[in-house]
Design a binder for this molecule. Structure first.
Ligand code: ZN
Length: 507
């Protein structure tokens, strides 16, 4: 008995050390990556990529080593598993998931794929610049081919596409998402067209002008303080494409991009990334240094960024409180009222490009991609079929036909990089956020008065209690059920959008 106990303790200790080591490799790689994207000299970039690649492959080798497999088996033994703490049990099951997924792919096949994916991304970039889908089509077919081989090796779930979906949103299925997206699409398509026909369109002309970059920077920092971003455990810098990255629990960084001609780009970008960052800053310290010390899924992560950016940041009470602060920094440019500014930030306009879409039609862009990905992996659609399918769906859901493939099927980088199953996360984020806001309104009855006074602490605290502190200890399904008492339901997003836009557009 005594011997069994010490064997188990030794295995657990070795396993925890292994997890810590992997986390530290990843921490180093994240910091180098942040540096590369924010300020490293151009000539330093090539060498830097090599170091990051080396650290990533060290971490991968550790996670997939035969020793890791042995430790997992020991800790999964029926007599042992019951003795593990909740955290250790979850660490074991998460490590098992990564382990199985990785060891099922033969290293040679994976290497071929990595090379192809990098070539394919370059080919996509060129094809988009030249509006030449034919030049990219062969690459896309090969990427799809490799992904299909991976699905076979991982083992298809209910459908082949389920296997891909589960990687980004654990537990999410095609059956569930079909129901959710079908009803969302059924409500949003007519709502978007009613808005398009409305004669009460918000004015946006006043937004044009020159906005001093230093003043924008100062306002972004002020916003972060107001939201409750912890500057003692984070920082903000500039980069071409805004992002959030976690070095560790005490060091969570974001970036933004200041456009002199557009004051709202950096502003809402900063609020969005702050939502991601505060999620990572508020994980319970119990999980620090483990691989559970991070957001639980892409979808829940997007719910936090979109909650702050859209639900709060694009609300009327928020601008009742903060418009004066913005206006005082740009008195020459912003001569309109708080109400006019609020309306200008909530225009709905069907458009061709996803990343420029408003918070309503954005979901339709995502549904289109989801339906096409399903056609590829569950229906056998080929790369050659995609431009026609794409254009048909844009015509049907958004009433627009892309004039070129560059404005259509070639617009996103994701497929070229083999990221299939990723897109739904964005829309899931919107739906989770709306459902959480509904519960929050009932549990904090004066929520919108608090927002109108700039007292955001109890809102942040609600998110910390219900979402942030759990890190990866809970699954997305457990988070949304625990926070709202119900499984994911698209009707909250529909109600939120209907209420908001009926008022703004006087429908
Ligand atoms: Zn985001």
């Amino acid at each position: 008995m005594a011997e069994t106990s010490s064997t188990y303790e030794k295995a657990l200790q070795e396993f925890r050390e292994l997890d810590r080591k992997i986390c530290r490799y990843n921490e180093a790689a994240s910091l180098l990556n942040w540096d590369m994207r924010t300020g490293a000299p151009r000539k330093g970039l090539d060498g830097r990529s090599e170091v990051i690649g080396m650290l990533a492959s060290e971490a991968f080798l550790l996670a997939t080593s035969p020793r890791t497999g042995e430790l997992l088996e020991q800790l999964e033994e029926p007599g042992t598993e019951g003795r593990l703490s909740e955290i250790d049990r979850k660490l074991v099951s998460e490590t098992r998931k990564t382990y199985d997924r990785s060891v099922k792919i033969p290293p040679k096949l994976y290497e071929e794929y990595v090379v192809l994916a990098s070539q394919s991304e370059s080919a996509w970039e060129e094809a988009r610049a030249n509006n030449d889908y034919a030049a990219f089509q062969g690459y896309l077919d090969r990427i799809i081919g490799y992904t299909n081989q991976f699905i076979d090796l991982w083992g298809p779930k209910e459908t082949r596409y389920d296997t891909l979906l589960d990687d980004y949103e654990p537990g999410m299925t095609v059956a569930e998402l079909d129901g959710i997206f079908n009803s969302l699409r059924g409500e949003l398509v007519p709502l978007a067209s009613a808005i398009a026909e409305s004669s009460n369109k918000p004015d946006r002309d006043f937004l044009q002008g020159h906005f001093d970059k230093e003043k924008q920077k100062e306002f972004s920092r002020y916003m972060l303080e107001q939201l409750g971003f912890d500057f003692e455990a984070g920082r903000i810098d500039e980069s071409m494409h805004p992002f959030q990255t976690t070095i560790n629990l005490q060091d969570v960084r974001i970036t933004t991009r200041y456009l002199p001609e557009d004051v709202t780009s950096a502003l809402f970008g900063t609020i969005h990334e702050a939502g991601h960052a505060m999620y990572e800053q508020n994980v319970t310290p119990e999980l620090a240094g483990t691989s559970l010390c991070r957001g639980t899924s892409m979808g829940i992560h997007e719910s936090q960024s979109r909650f702050w950016e859209n639900t709060i940041g694009r609300s009327r009470p928020f601008w009742q409180r903060y418009y004066g602060d913005l206006q005082s920094r740009f008195p020459e440019q912003l001569k309109v009222s708080a109400e006019q500014f609020y309306r200008s930030q909530n225009t709905v306009q069907p458009s061709l490009i996803r990343i420029e879409a408003d918070e309503l039609t954005y979901n339709l862009h995502i549904i289109i991609r989801y339906e096409i990905e399903k056609m590829i992996f569950n229906g056998g659609a080929k790369a050659a079929d995609l431009p026609a399918i794409w254009n048909e769906k844009y015509r049907e859901y958004l009433g627009l036909t892309p004039p070129t493939d560059a404005d259509g099927v070639l617009q996103d980088v994701h497929w070229s990089a083999g990221l299939f199953g990723y897109f739904p996360s964005y829309s899931l984020g919107n739906m989770y956020a709306a459902q959480m806001a509904d519960t929050m309104e009932r549990q904090l009855p004066n929520m919108w008065e608090l927002v109108a006074r700039g007292e955001l602490a109890s809102i942040r605290e609600w998110l910390t209690q219900n979402v942030h502190r759990h890190g990866k200890l809970l699954t997305p399904k457990e988070i949304i059920l625990g926070a709202t008492g119900k499984p994911l339901d698209s009707s909250y997003l529909v109600k939120y959008l209907k209420d908001k836009y009926t008022d703004i557009y006087k429908l």
